[in-house]
Design a protein around this ligand. Structure first.
Ligand code: ASP
Length: 330
């Protein structure tokens, strides 16, 4: 009896030690010191804190990383302060076109949507694509029809548009529009292009998940799709390896398959999470003058949050349950 009890305690201990529940969030890599007022920073931190607790509570109660990622992202989508859902960046024509994706590491399944209008929480629609269809990526009208079929919430176009994003678009339009759209100038104007949200999590069963949601780049051409809904570029999760969510100048993240590159370096070159993520963000992308960052967690609960822009809103909570929120320092 006694030995059975000891064995049980040991097994429970090992299981706990092997799966340190962890949640990491980002609110985009566009934060710039001179443009971020103390009030705005405090407001953004408060929303991140709320999103962090929402997701972490799920993990603490034994819930899945998939559910934690979705719940946290929904808080950020509903906040007008971040470039996702309400408060999303506007296209060159002043409309909101939303992209989102979700990937779960235990099954390798993924779902994503691009160019959707009116869907309040695109991350929920990405989950529906994953669970209810044989597809990975759905766009526009077809994706919106699925949202209706699944009874997801819709909002009027004006609900998504904030004065701040209107002003951001005006600033973008004042710049040169050489190819009919605002083209981010490498190393400058970060605040015009970023603000995407993302989450990665490790649950008590060792399952990893990643999700990303965005309005894309301010001043983008209608129909433009960035990295956020592209599995392997903006989002990736694989059990035993890592979960990654990116933010930044999406065209570079697509061309460099950034999220998958983190996993590939770990799998094939035995890189640590820290080495893989830092090499990509601070070496590979920096050399290309590509601005952005990412959040990542590995199968052991190690966390990495590198960015090569001035700031990136990010937050994390590990097994100790202590919230860490930062903007300009990693
Ligand atoms: N990566 C997003 C995109 O290119 C933008 C962002 O991260 O803010 O659509």
């Amino acid at each position: 009896m006694k030995s059975t009890l000891i064995a049980l305690i040991l097994i429970t201990g090992c299981l706990w030690a092997g799966t340190p529940i962890t949640l990491v969030l980002h609110g985009g890599a566009g934060a710039e010191r001179k443009k971020l007022s103390p009030e705005k920073e405090a407001a953004c931190r408060a929303v991140l804190n709320e999103a962090l607790h929402k997701g972490y509570d799920i993990l603490k109660q034994g819930g899945s990383s998939e559910q934690a990622v979705i719940s946290s992202i929904m808080v950020l989508e509903d906040s007008p302060l971040f470039n996702a859902g309400r408060g999303a960046a506007l296209t060159r024509d002043g409309i909101v076109e939303l992209d989102a994706s979700l990937m779960v590491g235990h099954s390798g399944l993924a779902g994503a949507v691009a160019n959707v209008h009116g869907v309040r929480n695109p991350i929920l629609l990405a989950q529906k694509v994953m669970l209810r269809t044989p597809h990975v990526l759905m766009i526009g009208e077809g994706a919106e029809n699925l949202a209706r079929q699944e009874k997801l919430e819709f909002e009027a176009p004006e609900w998504f548009i904030t004065p701040e994003q209107k002003e951001r678009l005006e600033r973008a339009k004042k710049k040169d529009l050489p190819k009919g759209a605002y083209i981010p100038v490498p190393g400058r104007d970060s605040s015009l292009l970023m603000g995407t949200v993302g989450a990665v999590a490790l649950d008590k069963n060792g399952n990893l998940a990643a999700g990303t949601s965005t309005g894309g780049l301010a001043g983008k051409l209608p129909g433009r799709v960035g990295d956020s809904p592209v599995i392997g570029a903006g989002t990736y999760a694989e059990n035993g390896v890592c979960a990654v969510s990116c933010t930044g100048h999406g065209e570079f993240f697509i061309r460099n398959a950034v999220a998958y590159d983190v996993a590939a370096r770990m799998k094939y070159a035995n890189a640590t999470l820290k080495d893989a993520t830092h090499t990509i963000i601070n070496d590979k992308l920096k050399k290309l003058d590509a601005r952005g960052g990412l959040i990542a967690v590995d199968a052991k609960g190690n966390v990495s949050t590198p960015f090569n822009s001035e700031g990136m809103f990010h937050a994390r909570m590990g097994p100790d349950g202590v919230a860490y929120i930062a903007v300009f320092e990693e």
